[in-house]
Structures are given as C-alpha cells and as structure tokens.
Design a protein around this ligand. Structure first.
Ligand code: ADP
Ligand code: MG
Length: 381
C-alpha cells in the first residue's frame, strides 16, 4: 500500500489524496452462468490491485502502472473514445468514461497503480483494476454510488470501452465480497447473499492452481459459447437459460437443433442447479460435500461446454487421484486456473502430485496458492 503511495509521490511529485485496494477473485462454482442471468459463487482473493489517486481540477487524466514498462499515459477525461485501443490504460480510462456516460461529474485525476493479482490467469486482474479505479473516483468525486452500482459501471467499462464481453460476476466479486464468505449472486436481479466459508474451521483448504498457460482459442470460444446459449434460449422460447428449470432439462434438450447448443444448455441449467446445491451444502455446514459438486462441474465444462484444456484436466484428475475432495477449472477456461478443495492434511500430497504430473507431461510447474476468502474493494487511507 505504502509503496504505491510512495510510487505516486516519486512519479507526480506530490501526495496522493488517498489509496484504495480491490481484489481479484476465484469462482467456487457457477461458470458461464452470469451472462445467462444465472447464479455464481465467487470469493475474493488476498491479491489486490492498489491505486494511489489525486483529483485534478483541469480534466487531465494521467495513468501509470508500476507493473507495465512505459511512460505515464495522458488523456483528457472529457475526450475518451470507446474501443480506442489504449492498451492496459483502457481499463481505468474506461471507468472514467462509464462514470461520465452515466451522468456523473468526474473530471481529471492522477493515478498510480500496482497489482498482485496475476494477469491472464483467470483471476480477474482486469476487474480488480476497474473496480479499484471506480471506488477511488467515487470517493474523490463524492458520487452517490453503491458497491453494486460501481460493479455495473466497471462491467460497462470493460464491455463497451475495452471491448471485452464479460458478465457481471468479476466486478461484483471484486466490489462486494466480504472476508470469510463466498458471495452468492443472482445475475438476474443482482441480489447478493454472503455465505460463511470458514475452511480452517473444517480442517480444509482451497488451493488455486494457475496452469500458467493461456490458449489463444479462448476469446473467440467465449463469444461462441455465449452465442450457443443465446441460440438455446431462442429455440426454447425463453429470454435467457435461467428460465429453464432443472426439472425441465430433459424435455428441453429434445427440442434443440444441434449437439453444440444442447451442450451449452445442459451445462448452464445443470450449473445453476450446482450453485444452489453448494449453497445448501454450505448452509448445512457440509463443506466436504462441496468437493464432488466441483468435480462434476468440471466434467460439465469439459464435456458439455467444452471450454477446458489438457492442462486444466490434468490438474483436476491429478488432484482428485491424490485425494482431493474435488476440483474444477475456474474462470473462462482454455488455460488459466483451477481450484482444488482438499483436507488440510492432504494439501502437500496434492501439491506434490501436481508438480510430478506437470513435470512428467513436460509442462512448466503450475503456480499454487491458497485462496482465503478476503475483503472486497476498500479505501486503505
Ligand atoms: P484477467 O482479468 O483474467 O487477469 P484479462 O485479460 O481480462 O485477464 O485482463 C488482463 C489485462 O488487464 C492486462 O492485459 C492489462 O491490460 C490489465 N491489467 C491487469 N493488471 C494490470 C496492472 N497491474 N497494470 C496494468 N494493467 C493491468
Ligand atoms: Mg478479466
């Protein structure tokens, strides 16, 4: 935190008005469901994007990242154009644009940032960056915006300004998660429920395994799966796949035109039911019972939606064979990260098995860390 403030001072030659932090996230369950108005259940990571920011009266926006080689990016807050390809700076600039588009009187700012959220690992470094920028500007410009509204504006920045068609989960997780809890989000009405997720109390751990691969396939495939879901909804005569009850799934599948669309529908409807099963298990204190639901979710992403890859499958198979309670890919897939739910006493065995499996397959060692449910976006000073 203090390094980011010091970095600001060194860069701009004066004190920032404040320092803010927003976390990356992992999704426990509920993948490819948010844009179908379904359920998701993310938790915030201890890894954060941190910004030191000062308000400027002249409308100038200066952006700098300690993590990117390159000069300060200088823009005018009243002359921002969507899809103008400003590289990394499009994320914070997009937030300024989205706030202004929504009618909020945001002017200039000097911004210096640094992030510990790994980028491109499916852990939402982009949402952390957007949300932390939105929060800082809300505070500095005294805007009457709730955490949920900040998340929606951050999503709009990513969709319309950066040009990435993401759902609402990542920004909501970063803005609204609470320490020690998972967030149950209904992406239809955006209602949120915090559910206690105290793994140490149950003798359990949740590991994040970053495969450190990202297959180029990913971007186009995400859009394709979205299109498949939309087509499924159209063929079934519903607005979104959220409207398809689990009990109607078998009938619904018979009405669909192609195996691809059937796979999309089967995944989304089953995945929504899995989120609700996990919510019920957690409410009943049966955290171990969540494990098999994760592994089932992975099979669905692999076989029905077909967004996994060899490295993610290797993590899941290896972890489960080594005694994990359950595991699944998390995030968009085609690389990125997987999560593993494991007994505290079995965590080392799983970690070793993963190291051996990756080495045997000729792959670079995956990066492992523990996911402790951490606080959402906040002001640090
Ligand atoms: P993910 O959100 O899964 O990490 P994305 O591709 O959505 O992956 O977002 C990563 C992008 O976000 C980076 O390529 C960069 O443009 C931007 N970004 C994330 N963290 C930083 C950072 N610390 N400094 C500058 N840009 C960042
Ligand atoms: Mg992202």
């Amino acid at each position: 935190m203090s390094e980011v403030a010091a970095g600001f001072r060194e860069l701009y030659g004066y004190e920032p008005d404040g320092v803010w932090a927003a976390p990356g996230r992992v999704n426990l369950i509920g993948e490819y469901t948010d844009f179908n108005e379904g359920f998701v259940m993310p938790l915030a990571l201890p890894h954060t994007a941190v910004v030191a920011v000062a308000r400027r009266a002249d409308g100038v926006l200066r952006l700098h990242s300690a993590d990117i080689e390159g000069p300060v990016v200088e823009l005018r807050s009243d002359a921002l154009a969507p899809l103008s390809g400003a590289g990394w700076a499009a994320y914070p600039a997009g937030v300024v644009w989205a706030l202004r588009e929504a009618g909020h009187a945001v002017g200039g700012a000097d911004v210096h940032l640094a992030s510990t959220v790994p980028t491109g690992a499916g852990l939402s470094s982009s949402a952390a960056l957007e949300v932390v920028t939105a929060l800082a500007l809300r505070d500095l410009y005294e805007l009457p915006l709730s955490a949920g509204e900040l998340a929606a504006l951050a999503q709009r920045a990513e969709n319309a300004f950066v040009g990435v068609p993401c759902g609402i989960m990542d920004q909501t997780a970063s803005a609204c998660c609470v320490e020690g809890q998972v967030l149950h989000l209904d992406a239809r009405d955006l209602s949120r429920r915090q559910i206690p997720f105290d793994l140490p109390a149950h003798g359990l751990r949740l590991l994040v395994v970053d495969t450190r691969v990202q297959h180029a396939l990913g971007d186009g495939a995400y859009a394709e799966r979205r299109a498949g879901c939309e087509r499924g909804a159209r063929e079934l005569g519903v607005r979104t796949l959220r409207e398809v009850p689990h009990a109607r799934l078998a009938d619904a599948l018979r009405e669909l035109s192609s195996p691809v669309v059937r796979g999309c529908v089967r995944h989304v409807v089953n995945e929504n039911a899995r989120v609700e099963r996990v919510a019920a298990l957690l409410a009943a204190g049966d955290v171990r019972g969540v494990g098999p639901v994760l592994t089932e979710g992975h099979a669905s992403l692999r076989d029905d939606l077909r967004v996994s890859c060899a490295e993610l499958d290797l993590v899941v198979e290896t972890a489960v064979s080594a005694g994990a309670l359950g595991a699944r890919m998390t995030g968009g897939g085609f690389g990125g990260s997987a999560i593993v739910l494991v007994e505290e006493a079995g965590a080392d065995r799983v970690a070793k098995a993963l190291a051996v499996a990756f080495e045997t397959a000729g792959l670079a060692a995956p990066r492992l860390f523990e996911a402790t449910p951490s606080p959402g976006a906040r002001r640090m000073r």
